[in-house]
Structures are given as C-alpha cells and as structure tokens.
Design a protein around this ligand. Structure first.
Ligand code: ZN
Length: 284
C-alpha cells in the first residue's frame, strides 16, 4: 500500500494511491498517517480496506494536487552518515567502524515537491537521495532479528545539506543538516510488502536534468535491520520516527570541482518503487 498525505501545508489529509495513480481519501478510516496509526494492527486494518471503494480525491498527485510529507508528527528525524563506501571515499573519509548517527530537526520536514530554501549566508547547499525508514511499532534495544517488525514502511528522502555549516562551522554536522526545508519526505509511505527487497533498490538524483547520483541500496554498508537495532541502543524509537539511511556517491561536494546549489535549479530524485520528488531551489 502507498500511504500519503495530501492538501495544503499543515492541513494535510490521509490518503492512499490507487492502481490508476489517483489519490483515494482515507479520512473516514484514520485521522492522519502518523503516530498510533502506524502501529502494526492499525496498518493491517488500512491494508485490508478495498481501496477502490474509497472516495477519489480530485486532481493529479504531484501536479495539481499537493502532497505533504508522507508521515506526520515525526518525533525524531535520525540520519546515518557515510553509509555507502563510495560516498565515504568521495567525502575523503573512511567507512566508520560503526554507524554514524546525526539529526535533522523535524522542522526541516516538507512535502516531496515543496520548494527547498537555501539558508541565508549559504554557499555550499548540496543534495543527498536516501532511503527513509518510517518506524511503526516503537521499541528500545531492538534485536536485529526482529527489527523489521518495527517498520511501517519506506520512503524517499532528500537529505539536503549545507556543507560549510556541516563541516566548517565548529560542529556538529546537525548545524548543516536541519535547516528549514532540508528534509523533503515522500511522496508516499510504501509498506514493506510492496517494497520487496529493500537491499536492491535503484536510486538517483538529477539537478536540472543532469544525473549526479545513480546508485543502489545494494551498496549500503550497514543494512536496514542493523540500523534500526543500532539506533535503538541509544534511544527508544517511536511510531513516526524516521531513519534516513545515508546516500550513495554523486553529491555536489564530491564533484571536481564541487558543485553547489545557487538557487533556481530543479532537483529530481527517486528510488525504485518509492516514487519521485521534484523540488525547485530558492533563496531564503
Ligand atoms: Zn545523508
């Protein structure tokens, strides 16, 4: 099932995508794609619905019908750094001996096609296509063997990053990761049954039609179950939390010479089976 949230910013309603690419309204069955609605029993209830019996929402999603972030009320936006060997190399760093964890502030979360705003004073705003895990059932000290029981679904994330703020502004990385609009999330939350093998998903990112990132989750160093278990050693995970799992090579910082966003560009990015995002870059 592809769950989504549609409508104006801050007033999104729950919905899902049907086989014809139309949005169906889930308002009669769930208040929001958020919190307790992501627990396994609630997800099973939604997945048992006859989608074709639900009201059709007028408009074409991602064209004249805005989609919001595919999950609401996210409490924690956790990111994994340097989780692709080739990306670590282009960053001039070794693959870390255990996962690097950093944060994006939840105020960075926007819809998949909302504008990305370059922060004032920025000269090094960059992109990162990433596989996002959305937590369903919460937990702490989760065993790797049971980790997938805690996944509500997967989505596309653009881990937009300001490299000077991240690296050259007296630490920590978070300073360059959590700026407003730096976390486009969606278009849909795809349930694991529909994603299939999450270790073999093609992923890509283009700026103004030029493909910079062209990778696969196959080259992730630390895999999804390990990341869930690992994060849960340091914090409890709760429904609606997001873990963004790192980016493959091809970020702007890794180009020779480096390429950064100046405003006016269009970013397009996607992951196999999880949909496509499109963002226009503007100056804050
Ligand atoms: Zn990242």
């Amino acid at each position: 099932m592809k769950l989504l949230r549609y409508g104006p910013q801050g007033q999104e309603k729950p919905g899902c995508l049907d086989d014809e690419g139309r949005v169906r309204d889930l308002s009669g069955h769930v208040a929001d794609i958020a919190g307790a609605a992501l627990l396994p029993d609630e997800m099973a209830r939604l997945m048992a619905l006859d989608i074709n019996s639900l009201p059709v929402v007028p408009g074409t999603p991602q064209e004249d019908l805005r989609l919001g972030p595919c999950v609401g009320q996210t409490g924690k936006f956790i990111c994994i750094g340097l989780n692709y060997a080739d990306h670590a190399a282009e960053s001039g760093l070794d693959v870390p001996p255990e996962p690097v964890i950093f944060n994006k502030w939840t105020s960075a979360i926007v819809g998949p096609d909302d504008d990305v705003m370059i922060p004032r004073g920025s000269s090094k705003t960059d992109w990162e296509v990433e596989l996002g895990i959305v937590i369903g059932k919460g937990g702490v000290y989760i065993d790797e063997a049971n980790a997938m029981d805690h996944v509500a679904g997967f989505c596309v994330i653009n881990d937009v990053s300001e490299r000077e703020y991240q690296i050259e502004r007296a630490g920590t990385w978070d300073k360059g990761k959590g700026c407003d609009t730096f976390g486009p999330t969606g278009p849909w939350l795809v349930t694991p049954d529909e994603v299939g093998d999450f270790n073999a998903l093609a992923m890509w990112l283009e700026v103004d039609g030029k493909r910079y990132q062209d990778g696969s989750t196959a080259t992730m160093v630390y895999k999804v179950p390990h990341l869930i278990s690992y994060c849960s050693q340091f914090m409890s995970l709760q429904p609606g939390d997001i873990i963004s799992t790192g980016t493959p090579p091809g970020v702007g910082m890794g180009q020779k010479p480096p390429v950064y966003l100046a405003g006016g560009e269009t970013m397009r990015l996607g992951i196999q089976g999880l949909g496509v995002q499109t963002q226009v870059v503007k100056k804050a």
